[in-house]
Design a protein around this ligand. Structure first.
Ligand code: 3PG
Ligand code: MG
Length: 338
């Protein structure tokens, strides 16, 4: 059986609807939109769907600001259907589409607890993972549940993999741009050093590298020296945005690249005055001859907003996940799916 042959079943659909929300309103719904093809396919084939997602990092307990209500509302608008919100103890839910409250309200989710995985598996007959953006997480609703249900790739996961495979063995020279603030990305960069020619750092990572407190950083620095990789670090003062000097340095180093992978914005882009570096480098790359993959919700959103989705660029819904895939060649949440 494959995804297209799932019929008349109750499908547990793991989506990554971890979207930015400000004052109760979703500021970027791209991740939701990207999952619509899978939902539509499953509905067309007369399945009932129970959607699971996380939102933010509530740390295993209820957090009123992180309930999935705004997501449910947006999805209802997009699908033009009513969706039933359920929790793990709900019985007798019968709507065609149900959505479970934020799965990370349960600490067992991130612990990848077995009983919990089994419990959520009882919500359906088959499991579809379309949550590309968190498929690098070994969590109950990503990996644990697969032990208990026949498990399939969703259409977004398929699309993401096919885009990333194009740069898995990148045409050189290959540049990686790393911004944003999730420190766990550093360990993954470490794994990419065999195929990278230039690494450009922005935002918080510029500061981290300048301070050199972190072990991963020391090791990246050493390996870059060994392997002749150009490591471009902005000034410590550039955390909010890269300066004009750094901008020129970035452009100079991106010149002639055949492949570019970019993860995370280069500054505090939410504030207009700090978004210049990110926008200008996007603009520059959109006019280049490089194949560019943009990884991550935030950066993808900026890219879509300023309409830099040109021919040579493609956007991934998962920053950390795409980085991990490029570094390791597979993702825990995807490798065993049909
Ligand atoms: C994301 O938005 O990056 C994904 O949903 C993963 O979230 P996480 O880094 O909190 O696991
Ligand atoms: Mg993110």
């Amino acid at each position: 059986m494959n995804l297209y042959e799932i019929r008349n079943k109750r499908v547990v659909l793991r989506a990554d609807f971890n979207v930015p929300i400000e004052n109760g309103a979703i500021t970027d719904d791209n991740k939701i939109i990207e999952t619509i093809p899978t939902i539509s396919l499953l509905l067309k084939n007369k399945n009932k769907i129970v959607i699971i997602t996380h939102l933010g990092r509530p740390g295993g307990k209820f957090d009123k600001s992180l309930t999935i209500d705004p997501i449910k509302k947006r999805l209802e608008e997009l699908l033009n259907r009513r969706i039933e919100k359920i929790n793990l103890d709900s019985k007798d839910f019968s709507s065609e589409i149900c959505i479970l409250e934020n799965i990370r309200f349960h600490k067992e989710e991130e612990e990848n607890n077995n009983d919990f995985s089994e419990k959520i598996s009882r919500l359906g007959d088959v499991y579809v993972n379309d949550a590309f953006g968190c498929s690098h997480r070994e969590h109950a609703s990503i990996t644990g549940i697969q032990k208990y249900l026949p498990s399939f790739q969703g259409l977004l996961v398929k699309k993401e993999l096919s885009n990333l495979k194009k740069i898995q063995n990148p045409e050189r020279p290959f540049a990686v741009i790393l911004g944003g603030k999730k420190e766990d990305k550093l360990n993954i960069i470490n794994k990419m050093l065999d195929k990278v020619d230039v690494i450009l750092l922005g935002s918080y990572f510029g500061k981290l590298f300048a301070e050199e407190k972190n072990e991963a950083i020391k090791s990246i620095r050493e390996k870059c020296k060994e392997k002749n990789i150009r490591l471009i670090i902005p000034d410590k003062k550039d955390i909010y945005d890269i300066s004009s000097i750094t901008m020129n340095e970035f452009k100079k180093n991106l010149d002639g690249m055949k492949t570019v992978f970019w993860n995370g914005p280069l500054g505090y882009y939410e504030k207009e005055e700090f978004s210049r570096g990110t926008s200008e480098i996007l603009e520059y790359l959109s006019k280049s001859n490089a194949r560019v993959v943009i990884g991550g919700g935030e950066l993808g959103a900026i890219c879509l907003k300023i309409n830099k989705n040109s021919e040579n660029m493609c956007i991934s819904t998962g920053g950390g996940a795409s980085l991990k895939f490029l570094g390791e060649g597979s993702l825990v949440g995807i490798k065993d799916l049909r």
